[in-house]
Design a protein around this ligand. Structure first.
Ligand SMILES: [Zn+2]
Length: 204
């Protein structure tokens, strides 16, 4: 017999649908929400509704926004000649936190994955090609993750853009030894990647 009353079980069931939340964590969160004396439950319910109602995709870069265009696309100080291609909106947030990149973005919302039946048309890749055709972009920085799908998608983009506009410079973010890392603890793939993407010290 389920020890939880039905509405509590329902909340636990819904919380368990979130990534990384198992039965125990869901039960702990549900009991916390139930026991909270402030307006946590209604504020949370309202925030959940608002996020679904008001957040949309920027029609230019497909990043998340609550305005007709996202803040990055609207910022006149950003370099409109450079587009950084990422898998999803959380990658934009991660790259922005580095304060190193000053160009625009293009969020693919996925990667090409033949094994999972995801082709170029299933992600925002046709939209990227349209941007390359119709804007003054000079450089594309491909920042997909260094996974099989990330590498495959990067090469696909390279091939198509080279066909459409051969003059556009296409670069790939470096992958290899992280800051503070030690060679002896790195796996073979990481070491191979670090060697492949080596850079000249004089270039900096
Ligand atoms: Zn945008």
């Amino acid at each position: 017999m389920d020890p939880y009353p039905k509405p509590l079980r329902e909340l636990i069931t819904q919380l368990k649908r979130l990534p990384g939340i198992g039965e125990k964590t869901a039960a702990r969160l549900a009991l916390y929400i139930l026991g909270d004396k402030s307006e946590l439950a209604s504020a949370m319910a309202q925030a959940l509704m608002q996020v679904k109602e008001q957040i949309r995709l920027c029609p230019v870069c497909h990043n998340l926004t609550d305005r007709p265009r996202c803040a990055i696309c609207l910022d006149p100080s950003r370099d409109a000649c450079t587009i950084c291609v990422v898998e999803d909106p959380s990658d934009v947030l991660a790259l922005e936190s580095s304060h190193e990149y000053k160009g625009l973005y293009h969020v693919l919302h996925g990667l090409i994955s033949p094994i999972n039946g995801i082709g170029p048309e299933d992600i925002k890749l046709p939209e990227l090609l349209e941007r390359v055709k119709n804007t003054s972009v000079k450089e594309i920085v491909i920042a997909t993750n260094p996974s099989v799908e990330g590498e495959g998608t990067a090469h696909y983009i390279l091939r198509l853009i080279t066909q459409i506009r051969p003059g556009v410079h296409i670069s790939r973010i470096a992958a290899g030894i992280p800051m503070g890392g030690e060679l002896k603890y790195m796996d073979q793939v990481t070491l191979a990647s670090a060697l492949r993407y080596r850079r000249g010290l004089k270039d900096q």
